[in-house]
Design a protein around this ligand. Structure first.
Ligand code: HEC
Length: 314
């Protein structure tokens, strides 16, 4: 059995050693890419030398923020937060001889890897145009996002965690990283030295408790007492308690964590009575219960109480 760990992108690991990366700036980083590679075919209608009106291809204009968000004949070209559902990104990734690739086959140079990554990152960050507007004619009431934060409902209402508080926690040996570029939400974990971490260290996390979305306390010395604090983090969504001394009494403190979607309890002392506590947490999607006192019959019943919940017992 492989321990259920989470694979997170290398970029998050890098974030720990590099200064926080700035969000993609549409005006200075993306507009030049679109202007050079796309806008010839995706701009306002114009007359060719013979006087014929040339419409934007696919009815998609890429020369203004409102036009980009309005989309083309196939609908939306950008779905903020979801590059795969954004045709301006999906189409540039197609194989060079695909009939839908952009720019079309033989009609321009494919974008470089770095250019397409920038577009992807911009979409992930919420498709924010910043101070760039571009052509604004005829876009009507199309909403253009100007927020500077990534679109993440979990982050709603969260201000940035005070830098001094974050530093104090780093001094405890923890790795504290934003879950996404510019997100106020944090991931806290101990990459090394976990076995020295106790309830005392966890108590100090309270100063940034409102910002912690992901917390890895696996292989630490924590007890149920730590869970009394953790149960008050309003945005906690991912929690790893594997291989710790927590019991059902500790799990009882987690009953207010309505955003919790991923929970690892493998190699702990929890039993069937923890499942009743977790059942009201409707956002749970994955719970690991390997090497616990939970019985297979109750685990199966529990998995059926929440839609799309996956329970792993072995
Ligand atoms: C030489 C002209 C040309 C260039 C340059 C070009 N496109 Fe297109 N584009 C087209 C044509 C023609 C269509 C409509 C046919 C189709 O859907 O494949 C289209 C359609 C699209 C669509 C689908 C619009 C819809 O809703 O139907 C997207 C998205 C798109 N292009 C993005 C881009 C991007 C991003 C670039 C620059 C990287 C680009 N295009 C460069 C000609 C071009």
């Amino acid at each position: 059995m492989k321990l259920p760990t989470r694979h997170f992108p290398a970029v998050l690991l890098l974030a720990a050693v590099l200064p926080a990366q700035a969000a993609v700036n549409f005006r200075t980083q993306l507009w030049p890419i679109f202007a050079k590679n796309c806008v010839d075919c995706h701009r306002a209608p114009y007359k060719d030398p013979a006087g014929k009106v040339i419409e934007p291809k696919g009815r998609l204009r890429l020369d203004g923020a409102g036009h980009i968000m309005k989309g083309g004949s196939d609908g939306d070209a950008v779905t903020a937060g979801d590059p795969d559902k954004s045709s301006i990104y999906a189409r540039i990734l197609l194989p060079p001889d695909h009939e839908d690739v952009m720019p079309p086959k033989g009609k321009g140079k494919l974008l470089s890897f770095d250019e397409s990554e920038l577009i992807k990152q911009w979409i992930i960050e919420g498709a924010n145009f910043g101070d760039w507007v571009g052509a604004a004619d005829g876009t009507g009431a199309v909403a253009v996002k100007k927020v500077t934060k990534a679109v993440d409902p979990l982050a709603a209402g969260a201000g940035p965690a005070p830098a001094a508080a974050q530093d104090a926690i780093r001094k405890l040996g923890a790795l504290v990283t934003p879950i996404m570029t510019d997100s106020p939400l944090l991931r806290v974990e101990w990459i090394s030295g976990a076995s020295a971490v106790s309830d005392k260290e966890v108590a100090q996390l309270t100063s940034i408790g409102g910002n912690i979305a992901e917390l890895d306390l696996s292989d630490t010395k924590i007890t149920d007492e730590a869970l009394a604090t953790i149960g008050k983090y309003p945005r906690l969504n991912w929690l790893n308690l594997a291989n710790t001394a927590v019991t059902d009494a500790g799990i009882a403190h987690l009953k207010g964590l309505t955003h919790l979607s991923w929970l690892n309890l493998h190699s702990t002392n929890v039993s069937d009575s923890s499942l009743a506590i977790l059942t009201p947490l409707r956002k749970l999607r994955q719970v690991y219960l390997w090497k616990t006192r939970v019985t297979p019959g109750e685990a199966t019943k529990f998995a059926k109480t929440i839609p799309d919940l996956k329970v792993t017992l072995d």
